[in-house]
Design a protein around this ligand. Sequence first.
Ligand code: C2E
Ligand code: MG
Ligand code: MG
Length: 626
Amino acid sequence: MAHLFLAIAFIVSAALSAVAYFVLKTPYDPALLMLATLTGCISLVALCFSNVLDRQSKLRKQLELKNEQQRILLEHDSSALMLLDKYFNLELLNIHHASIAKFQNNSSSDNLLVNIWRDNVPEETRKLIRQTLSDKRTWRGELRFGDLHKDEYIAATITPILDDDGELSRIAICAEDISEHKAIVDRLFIREHYNVLTGLPNRHFALRALQSSIKDVESADHGFILIHIDLDRIRYINDSLGHQVVDKIFIETSERLRRSVHDDQILAHLGADEFLIILNTENCTNEAEILAETLLDRCREPFYINHHEVNISASLGLCKYPDDGADGAILMRRAEAAMFNAKEKGGDRFSFFEEGMSSETERRLEMENHLRHAIERDEFKLYYQPVIDLASNKLRGVEVLLRWQNVELNNPGPDQFIAVAEQSGLIVGIGKWVLEHACKQIVTWSQAGMPPLSVAVNISAKQFIDGDIVENVRYALLQSGLPASQLELEITEGLLINDTPEIRDTFAQLKALGIHLSLDDFGTGYASLSYLKRYPFDTLKIDRSFVHDIDKCNDSVTLTNAIIAMGHSFNMTVIAEGVENLHQRRILRERHCDMVQGFLYSPPLPADQFVAWAKRYAEMQISQHV
Ligand code: C2E
Ligand code: MG
Ligand code: MG
């Protein structure tokens, strides 16, 4: 180019010098003329040339910038991009893109695509993609890569690029790494279908498995059995030892159950202390009974957790497909109903579902709904049962017993509704109401001229743990003006099953208020004698089941005798519950029992009737009729 410009400059300057010398007849030396014009031309040419070069360099820079920008854009695009010719040869690839780099390993960029295509895309998918492209349509889908250790996934869009004649000229591939997203989806799936604590399939999974078991056996001529397992007394352990211990029990239980079932049987952890087994076998009933016994044995084995030996048991409910229901959800409800039946019989056993059991479960739910509104609808009434001093025959106090007037539910007794109130947590509010009203009633009677009575209020373990019992007692005393020494809290042995510093501290705070503490239903629960030493009880109440046959059974006499002696050795006042006849009273008096209560004197009475009873009793005492 430069040569051409120089040649042109030389010719032009020669022509100009010739014109000046020969045509214009200038007197200058032709050589000088030639030199001057040549210099001018070369300068002119150099000027033009530098302009051209300048423009070219600018264009080149622009191009380079554009290339750089495109490169950056490609490398930082969220997708890996590839351009292939119509024979699938790679033309362009953003080779530095993270997801491409991931697959690169040892492959060079040239054979990278070939390798991915050959090694990772299944033959069927390859065929489908080819067909879609030859139909001149875009293929979109997910492709799975990876090795034994880790799965990688991409979402790919493969688009045919057509030339002016509508024929395939190139192929554009846009691939996005969705491995992370897939991993999250997988984790969500696991969370949705497995119990996080034990790793066992959860309720959701169990329900699906149940539906597919139903499908599987529809063609076969046998059914299957569902076993609902619920651990007994977990609430007490949770209340006293805390949920970490309970969690360990669940993990250990799941292991024990896992070892008890075959691989082809489904074991699920429905949540909290509930497990489920789908027993798919031809000889259902027989095998289920054997398995149920084994499972009960496994749950009875002691758990050793954080230096505690914890003993629990389980209640099992069994139902059969197709006899007890055709649908998974119904079967699960029925197995649960059968489990409740086993629990109501005392737990540590199994029950098969029978007609009428479901209604029990449903009744519990209905009861809970009614209980929620019982206080605001003024449905609770307090009844008072006299407690009599055996030596003097004097009325010493009352036990407050809650009554629920709910016509729709046929006025359920405390034996029915207290358990529901405890399970739902409603007992905390109900118990507070009982405490406040009972204290007020005693003060009202004192003000009306009755002799000062002690009042015993039943307290649930749940109130003790979840509710602020110390604060509630302090408030009830303050609000009513009842002297603390007249209030007694009745606590059942269940609360003490696992003795913790928190419970002991609450006991100490209650004692510091000046109230009395009474151990109710002694002999029925799990309390060991050591509790009597460890806790500051003032009173021990012998359960009415002992008193019931004290007049017929020597064994009961011996036991009652021992309990009274033991209570006294701990400086406790001993009260016998459920005294119904004079014979029972005589035996108790001979054994130096301190106080009694029971139908012999009076059943629990509403406040006004109790006042009338107390008047009559005082009159009878004066005339020595008692
Ligand atoms: P408990 O505290 O052991 O109450 C004594 C139960 O024995 C009462 O049953 C009473 O009516 C009954 N009873 C009294 N004397 C006799 C008798 O001579 N023979 C017979 N067969 N029974 C007698 P009730 O009122 O049905 O209460 C049952 C249980 O419900 C109570 O047992 C107590 O554990 C619970 N409960 C009652 N009221 C409350 C309350 O306000 N809060 C809490 N947490 N539990 C309560
Ligand atoms: Mg009681
Ligand atoms: Mg009792």
